[in-house]
Design a protein. Structure first.
Length: 117
């Protein structure tokens, strides 16, 4: 029995971790207007979608639906993302430049609210 348990423990150390990729926040572009920029890929790469401050976007449109992977905001702004159109489903507030929105939000955003102080 001890040999069996030791074998399982050994195999467990070889198995890859299946943890969610973390939300990454660092660096990124300086946003010099009141608002945020959504990017198609992580690390502020790919096509860009500009969202001006104090704006409600009830649907990102078919081109951007479930396509956002990173977000850059002016230091006085934040973006609340929603999983479904019309501000439905789960939501998450991104308040800083976010180089990766995390596995749970990657390619999941369908509507958003941008708020600036």
């Amino acid at each position: 029995m001890r040999g069996f348990i030791a074998s399982l423990l050994f195999l467990a150390t070889l198995a890859p971790a299946f943890a969610e990729g973390p939300i990454g926040t660092s660096g990124g572009p300086a946003i010099n207007f009141a608002g945020c920029v959504a990017y198609q890929h992580a690390d502020f790469q790919g096509a860009k979608f500009t969202l001006r401050g104090n704006y409600n976007l009830s649907y990102t449109g078919s081109k951007w639906n479930d396509q956002i992977s990173s977000i850059a905001c002016n230091v006085y702004c934040s973006l609340t993302a929603y999983q479904h159109r019309d501000f439905q489903g789960a939501s998450y507030r991104f308040a800083a430049n976010t180089q990766y929105v995390g596995d749970s939000w990657n390619d999941q955003i369908s509507s958003a609210r941008v708020r600036c102080k």
